[in-house]
Structures are given as structure tokens and as C-alpha cells.
Design a protein around this ligand. Structure first.
Ligand code: KIV
Ligand code: ZN
Length: 387
């Protein structure tokens, strides 16, 4: 039996691009896909080939050029979608067709206008068609978390009987709560009782800000593929953020007992790249990759970090490829951090001079929103050394 680990299925180029306001061209998608591959992502969902000629081209280019990860194309259960997905991914080293249909009553009644029997027929036909093209087929029950449990179980059993080997449980509208979603996932896994070659997956949206928490709970209950995006991009409030999932698994390995295989040192760089290409700014306080994720301002915190970083840092910035811990100097800062900054700037001042400079610095902080290193240099040169 192989090593137990969590497969990272990146859907930045598909669900991520579905975020209102994002539109990536093929060259941009290819650039991101190469970085995802270099980071060791297991599966890249490169797009939805039937959605537009541009999407088809992007998926097919990535399938031809990006080596390492499995390349997946999304498809509704329609025959023409599955054919387009196949034609787009067929040149990949490891091609996957990812087909989906909704299973919740609200989607069946208002969107699909189908009954449950018809949905099961669709699943049978679609998965069988996809398997006639490729060995690796994923099936998703859209809106699973708002679907009737018995029906989802039936849908998944049908997909597995027809040859799907990855079964995805989406919380499409981000409606689930962590323990609720965990119970749901666990019960599905128990009842479906799939053969050991089947990988269980989750796909959580962030409408209640719980996408990462729900995904982690699903891992705890047996899921071994997590669908996520860089910076949490995606429909509405987005998808589960890859950097948060991966670092939670790494930081709390003892709790989960499993990790991903990603090279986490590349997370910061790829976050910046995706932000730059999409135009979606990463908030400074964003976990893992935000500019403030390893910045300390309060004097007590700065003193702690100067003595031992672990006092206020549960991860090392270098583990995510971030530039390093920052001691941000502001009105909350203490003399330890200020003294260290003076040393870093090349000043060797006496105790009294430092005390005087620190007083002037605090006064400046009340007047100016951002006090830069140049401000500190000017303060020391003009007010301390010149007298
Ligand atoms: O949110 C969702 O249910 C999806 C599926 C296509 C997996 O994106
Ligand atoms: Zn989604």
C-alpha cells in the first residue's frame, strides 16, 4: 500500500477564474500552471473546455506543456462536454476528466428540471463515456452538502460502478459547518464503502468563511484530495485557500496524521504571481501569504520574537517562501525592536542617545501614519548626531 497523503487538486485556473472580474489568457494560465507543477501540486484543473474556445485552448496547451501533475478538464454530464474535455486533456501525461451534476432537490427542480432517476441515468452515461476515453475519471455531486444523504450515496455508488475513481463531495454554496460537514462526509464514506482505489475528495466554498475549516474537517474524516485555489480565489466568496490548507496540515501534522506533498516554500511566490496576473490584491492580514503574516508591531511581541521567534510565530516565514519575520516599527513598538533597527541601519548609539531617539520616534509615530527607515535615519542624523 502507498503512503497516505492528501492530494492537492488546484482549481485556480477553473473555479478561481470564475471569480467575477478575473479573466486569464492562455499564456497567463500556462505561467501559473508551470508554477503549480514546480510546487508539486498533484492535480491541476486547467479549465472547463466546453465553456469557450479560449478555455479549450488553455486546457489543451497546459495538457501538452505542463509535466508532472495530472491535468483535469471539467465537464457537465453532457456528451459534448465530455468529448471536449477529453480532446483538451488527451495529450497530458496524466489526463483526467472531471464530470459533475447537481444532486440537491433545489438544483434538480429549478436548474436541471430532472428527477432523481434521470440524474442517475446521466451519471451512468457520463462516467461510462468518460471512462471510454481515459482511466482517470472524477465525479462530483454538485451541491452535495444540501442534498438528501440517501440520494448522494446512490449517486456516488453509481459513479463508482461506472468507473469513477475520485469521488468529490462539494459544499458548493459554502453552507456547511465544520462538524456538520465532517459528519456528512464520514457517513457517505461509510455507506458507499468504496473499493480501496477510490479517493474521496472535498470542494468547499467560502460563503460563510468556512471553506478551509470544512476542508480540514473532511480530511480528518477520511478525504484524501482537497480541491482549493491560490489565495482562495473562486466563485462569490471563493474556494478554500490552498496555502492555508497545506500549512494547517503541515503545522498540525500530529493532529491530522497526514500531510500534502507540496513544496510549501513556493507558496508565497505563487500567491504573488496569481495576485499580479488576476489583479486581485492579497490583503495584508491574509493568513500565510499576506504581507503582515509574519510582521510584529506590539513591543511585547517584538521583544518575544527577538528572544525566540517561536514565542509569536507558529510557522517559519522561510517555510512558505516569505521574505522573513518583520518587526514593524510603529507607535505600539518597544525599545528592543527600535534598538535592533538602529543597529541594522548601522548606528552605534549610547544608551542615552537611544533613549532620546526612541522618545522622538514615538512622537513622530503620533504624527505620521507610516514611519520608514529613512524617517528614522533622518531623525538620528538631524536630532541626535548633529547636536
Ligand atoms: O462548487 C462546485 O460544486 C463545483 C463543482 C463543479 C465541483 O465547482
Ligand atoms: Zn466550486
Amino acid at each position: 500500500m502507498g503512503e497516505d497523503y492528501v492530494r492537492i487538486f488546484d482549481t485556480t485556473l477553473r473555479d478561481g477564474e470564475q471569480a467575477a472580474g478575473i479573466n486569464l489568457n492562455t499564456a497567463e494560465k500556462l505561467q501559473i500552471a508551470h508554477q503549480l507543477a514546480a510546487m508539486g501540486v498533484d492535480i491541476i484543473e486547467a479549465g472547463f473546455p466546453a465553456a469557450s474556445p479560449g478555455d479549450f485552448e488553455a486546457v489543451s496547451t497546459i495538457a501538452k506543456e505542463v509535466k508532472g501533475p495530472t491535468i483535469a478538464g471539467l465537464a457537465r454530464t453532457r456528451p459534448e462536454d465530455i468529448e471536449a474535455a477529453y480532446n483538451a486533456v488527451k495529450h497530458a501525461e496524466k489526463p483526467r476528466i472531471h464530470t459533475f451534476i447537481a444532486t440537491s432537490d433545489i438544483h434538480l427542480e429549478y436548474k436541471l428540471k430532472m428527477d432523481r432517476k434521470q440524474v442517475l441515468e446521466e451519471i451512468k452515461r457520463a462516467v461510462t463515456q468518460a471512462r471510454s476515453y481515459v482511466d482517470d475519471v472524477e465525479f462530483s455531486a454538485e451541491d452535495a452538502s444540501r442534498s438528501d444523504l440517501d440520494f448522494v450515496v446512490e449517486a456516488f455508488k453509481t459513479a463508482i460502478e461506472c468507473g469513477a475513481t475520485t469521488i468529490n463531495i462539494p459544499d458548493t454554496v459554502g453552507y456547511a459547518l465544520p462538524v456538520e460537514f465532517g459528519d456528512f462526509v464520514e457517513e457517505i464514506i461509510r455507506r458507499v464503502d468504496a473499493p480501496s482505489n477510490v479517493i474521496w475528495s472535498c470542494h468547499c466554498h467560502n460563503d460563510l468563511g468556512l471553506a478551509v475549516a470544512n476542508s480540514l474537517e473532511a480530511v480528518k474524516r477520511g478525504v484524501r484530495q482537497v480541491e482549493c485555489t491560490i489565495n482562495g480565489l473562486g466563485e462569490r466568496a471563493g474556494n478554500a485557500a490552498m496555502e492555508e490548507i497545506v500549512m494547517a496540515l503541515k503545522t498540525k501534522k500530529g493532529y491530522f496524521g497526514v500531510e500534502s506533498r507540496l513544496n510549501t516554500k513556493k507558496l508565497y511566490h505563487i500567491s504573488k504571481l496569481v495576485s499580479q496576473l488576476t489583479g486581485f490584491i492579497v490583503p495584508p492580514n491574509k493568513a500565510i501569504v499576506g504581507d503582515n503574516a509574519f510582521a510584529h508591531e506590539a513591543g511585547i511581541h517584538q521583544h518575544g520574537v527577538l528572544c525566540n521567534r517561536a514565542t509569536y510565530e507558529i510557522m517559519k516565514p522561510e517555510d512558505v517562501g516569505a521574505p522573513g519575520s518583520k518587526l514593524h516599527l510603529g507607535k505600539h513598538s518597544g525599545k528592543h525592536a527600535f534598538t535592533k533597527r538602529l543597529e541594522d541601519l548601522g548606528f552605534a548609539l549610547s544608551k542615552e542617545e537611544i533613549a532620546h531617539a526612541f522618545k522622538l520616534f514615538k512622537e513622530l509615530c503620533d504624527k505620521k501614519e507610516i514611519v520608514t527607515d529613512s524617517d528614522i535615519e533622518a531623525l538620528v542624523v538631524d536630532e541626535i548626531l548633529a547636536v
